[in-house]
Design a protein around this ligand. Structure first.
Ligand code: NAP
Length: 327
């Protein structure tokens, strides 16, 4: 579906404020888009969702963002970007977009009981942690022992045994971080080799405090009756044998789900819910003047630096679109 862009002069006459550019999301992608559009004097409005700063704020040390030879704290990195965006005039507002109307100009963003009008929109809503869905996980999520963030909650598990579920870079990173506090970390993975990069795999598989539980899927989080995690039942997918890991904390690190729901069906998504870009572009959507950036549309690279790069591309596209359409 492709909507024809109407003449911007049509909505200049409307009484409501029409924003030049509204950026949704404050992760690396959204904040980079804010820096670029603010420096282009577009006076961007950034809508901040339920996880300000995005996924980087739940990472400990970021070692691969160029310009930081000794690494940088993830939270600090996003704070720096925010400060940089603010310096050039970016406005921030806490708001959750619940639905959109992109069928006419200006574009409409619905935030519960009010609507924001925008000439261009950059969607940088990121992705949320995927959960296993096993019994007990939901009941004991949060302060009761099941979590998705070692950086946030790891310190609560000093001298205790914990489990990390997953085999990617996130799981390896969480497991390694948890070794600072926990007496033992079980890394539960459904196959017999990690998906994580070699450097992270090597670190995790050779760490004395980490026990790899290969070929194992989680079956049940135990402790619901007591109100806190008392164990994780896992099953070996090859032998069928079950065992209970005597853990007090469970860190789920099995990937993410893109936050695209509020924008469908207006914006095309793939079978996994990731926004689809138009051929020849990483950031243009099926709606003119509406762009996507970062983990909500990128399921291939998913790095802080690639999200920042997409935020930059989306900002330049928005700037050009406004110039061409009399913004
Ligand atoms: P990921 O690479 O998609 O890995 C998800 C892991 O969870 C996989 O090992 C997968 O198993 C497992 N899994 C998925 N669904 C499962 C289920 N229902 N039950 C049990 N296990 C399940 O996700 P990620 O680790 O969050 O990483 C996402 C991206 O961010 C990657 O590109 C990664 O390189 C990047 N990242 C980088 C860093 C870093 O460089 N410092 C840190 C974190 C993340 P299978 O392997 O069998 O599919």
């Amino acid at each position: 579906m492709c909507y024809v862009a109407a003449d911007i002069s049509l909505y200049r006459t409307m009484s409501s404020t029409v924003e030049n550019v509204v950026i949704i999301g404050t992760g690396c992608a959204g904040l980079t888009a804010a820096i670029y559009t603010a420096r282009a004097s577009l006076n961007p409005l950034v809508l901040e969702g339920p996880q300000p700063g995005g996924q980087l704020t739940t990472t400990s040390e970021v070692e691969n963002f160029p310009g930081f030879p000794h690494g940088v704290d993830g939270f600090q990195l996003t704070q720096n970007m925010r400060e940089q965006a603010t310096r050039f005039g970016t406005r921030f507002e806490q708001a959750l977009v619940t639905s959109v109307d992109f069928t006419s100009m200006p574009r409409k963003l619905v935030l519960g009981d009010r609507t924001i009008l925008a000439k261009t929109v950059i969607i940088a809503t990121g992705a949320s942690p995927r959960m296993t869905g096993i019994p007990g996980e939901k009941e004991l999520f949060g302060g009761k022992g099941v979590t998705t963030c070692a950086t946030c909650d790891g310190a609560f598990y000093r001298k205790m045994e914990v489990a990390v579920i997953g085999g990617g870079d996130s799981a390896a990173e969480e497991a390694l971080f948890l070794t600072r506090f926990a007496s033992k970390v079980y890394l539960v993975h459904r196959r017999d080799s990690l998906r994580a990069s070699k450097i992270m795999s090597d670190r995790a598989t050779t760490h004395e405090k980490i026990e790899l539980v290969w070929d194992a899927v989680p079956v049940e989080v135990q402790g619901v009756a007591e109100g806190s995690v008392s164990g994780l039942k896992v099953k070996n997918v090859k032998s069928g044998a079950e065992r209970v890991l005597p853990v007090k904390g469970i860190f789920v690190a099995i990937g993410h789900i893109p936050n695209s729901q509020a924008f469908t069906p207006a914006i095309d998504v793939d079978e996994n819910g990731y926004f689809k870009a138009q051929p020849g572009s990483q950031v243009r959507t099926n709606v003119p003047g509406v762009y996507v950036a970062g983990d909500c549309s990128d399921h291939v690279y998913r790095q802080a630096i690639t999200a920042a790069g997409m935020g930059c591309q989306a900002a330049i596209e928005a700037e050009r679109w406004l110039a061409e359409h009399g913004g």
